[in-house]
Design a protein around this ligand. Structure first.
Ligand code: NAP
Length: 485
């Protein structure tokens, strides 16, 4: 086994406020841990309410000049940020692996994906078009301007520490907004490195502020109650999303919510089973299953269920589990002990309900927060593992009898982020895609994420879209001017 060089951790570890790297006002710091070993890799300034409000001050000071910066200039800065990310991709990937634990192959994929949001929004920055029309009465014109929504608070999760930040910062900056980023406290180093890179790319002081904190509730709440903050973009669990929607209500803050998923993966008997197994491996195992888009429930038509389960189990058992620091690792540890224990409990619960593990099913005997790649069959349709986000490398398989049954099973969830469908019958594929209550569908494809496409969910998976042209609209307000000339 070849060991990969550790990255030199030259990521900043202070707060980024108004273009300066500062310690927390309280002097507090917190530890960042390598999930593969549990060892402390850095200590980071622990932002408090005073720091968060100082960051809002900085964002406010910078707001007017940034909104007035020519779109072409904003575009050039974002383009430069894309280029810098591409140049530093290997260092960034190693930093992500180190603090998040994901395999280097996944971290490299994330950096490439994350950088594309800067490229895409550098191209969108110059296309924030308004409109003009004649009023139906003919008496006046209806002029619609697109203006930046204002100061944005961006709250991101640990599972894609770079991409969830760039997916928000890219469109916010393109639209002319200033931001305060509050990253997940398990993975603050990548966010701080992004802040540094954006300044190097030419982002003026105060336009992007980064405030890691272990008191996320208090810090975000304080910012949402500052009347200068006009937008919250949150990616994380539905549970925290609900809290923040209530907090945002007090000042009627505009919200975008990218919340949990519980993705069904439907395989019809007429599917290309090779393609379905390939797609399942991507949809399930990207990031070791720690993705909101992860296939969480496999519904397979009875005629091909045994074959699909057998072939998926073969592929899952061949995966190399280990620390991201070893070249060849395909599945890294989960983020922390709590995550590994939760997956363990969900699998044990499913087995108690009557499911059978054809491969995996337990935590391997090594230190770190690992779980074996697992395929469960004979999972009863009421089992708890089908209702909750597993967020780990576990594929529960349930059989269905016909199309109506498949759609009903898939839609039987309060979540509605993404669904996957495998069939060779295009008419069925489109019919089922229309019938699924999800914001996105992968039709004969196990990967939907694309910076050029509108990503987002319905039901309790969220509000709003990130990526594509729709993504920049979330950071713009329409202003209507009734004009008579
Ligand atoms: P989480 O616990 O909801 O945390 C997300 C962010 O919110 C973190 O920065 C966290 O800070 C912060 N936070 C936690 N409690 C808060 C509170 N009371 N007030 C304000 N902020 C608070 O989610 P996670 O465990 O990091 O991420 C996994 C979840 O994210 C999964 O449910 C996954 O499906 C979802 N996700 C969704 C998408 C999507 O696009 N739909 C993408 C990726 C992930 P701390 O780290 O300090 O707790």
């Amino acid at each position: 086994m070849t060991t990969i060089d550790r990255p030199t951790i030259d990521a900043p570890t202070e707060l980024l406020i108004g273009g300066e790297w500062r310690p927390a006002a309280s002097g507090d710091r917190f530890d960042v841990v390598d999930p593969a070993t549990g060892t402390v890799i850095a200590t980071v300034a622990n932002g408090g309410v005073d720091d968060a409000l100082a960051a809002v001050d900085a964002a406010d000071t910078a707001a007017a000049a940034w909104a007035a910066t020519p779109p072409r200039r904003r575009a050039e800065i974002l383009r430069r940020a894309f280029e810098l990310m591409a140049e530093r991709s290997e260092d960034l990937a190693r930093l992500i692996s180190l603090e998040n634990g994901k395999a280097l192959v996944d971290a490299r994929g994330e950096v490439a994906y994350a950088a594309e949001f800067f490229r895409w929004y550098s191209e969108e920055a110059v296309r924030a078009a308004g409109s003009v029309m004649t009023a139906p009465s003919g008496t006046n014109r209806i002029l619609v301007l697109q203006q930046p929504v204002g100061i944005c608070v961006l709250v991101t999760p640990w599972n894609f520490p770079a991409a969830m930040a760039t997916r928000k910062i890219g469109p916010a900056l393109a639209a002319g907004c200033t931001v305060v980023l509050k990253p997940a406290s398990d993975t603050p180093l990548t966010a701080l490195a992004m802040g540094s890179l954006l300044h190097e790319a030419g982002v003026p002081d105060g336009v992007v502020n980064v405030v890691p904190s272990r008191s996320s509730g208090a810090v975000v709440s304080a910012m949402l109650h500052d009347p200068r903050v006009r937008k919250l973009s949150f990616t994380g669990s539905t549970e925290v999303g609900r809290i923040l929607l209530a907090e945002a209500a007090d000042q009627v803050v505009n919200t975008s919510m990218e919340l949990g998923g519980n993705a069904p993966f439907l395989v019809f008997a007429d599917a290309d089973v090779d393609a379905a197994v390939d797609g399942a491996m991507v949809a399930k195992m990207r990031n070791a299953g720690e993705a909101c888009t992860a296939a969480n429930r496999f519904y397979v038509e009875a005629a091909v269920a045994d074959e699909f389960a057998r072939r998926l189990a073969e592929r899952m058992s061949a995966l190399v589990v280990g620390p991201a620091s070893e070249e060849g690792t395909q599945v890294g540890p989960l983020i922390n002990e709590e995550a590994a224990a939760k997956v363990d409990a969900l699998v044990s619960g499913a087995v108690a309900d009557g499911a059978r593990a054809v491969v995996g099913g337990r935590r391997p005997s090594r230190s770190g927060f690992y779980f074996e790649p697992t395929v469960l069959v004979d999972v009863p349709s009421g089992s708890g593992i089908l209702r909750e986000e597993i967020f780990g490398p576990v594929a529960p398989i349930v059989t269905f009898v016909d199309e109506q049954d498949a759609v009903a099973l898939a839609n039987g969830s309060e979540y509605g982020l993404v669904a996957y469908v495998y069939t060779r019958d295009l008419a069925r594929g489109l019919r089922v895609s229309e019938a699924l209550d999800f914001g996105m569908v992968g039709l004969n494809r196990g990967l939907v994420s694309d910076p050029a496409a509108p990503f987002g969910g319905v039901k309790q998976s969220g509000i709003g879209r990130e990526g594509g042209h729709e993504g920049v609209l979330d950071y713009l307000e329409s202003k209507y001017v009734a004009v008579q000339w």
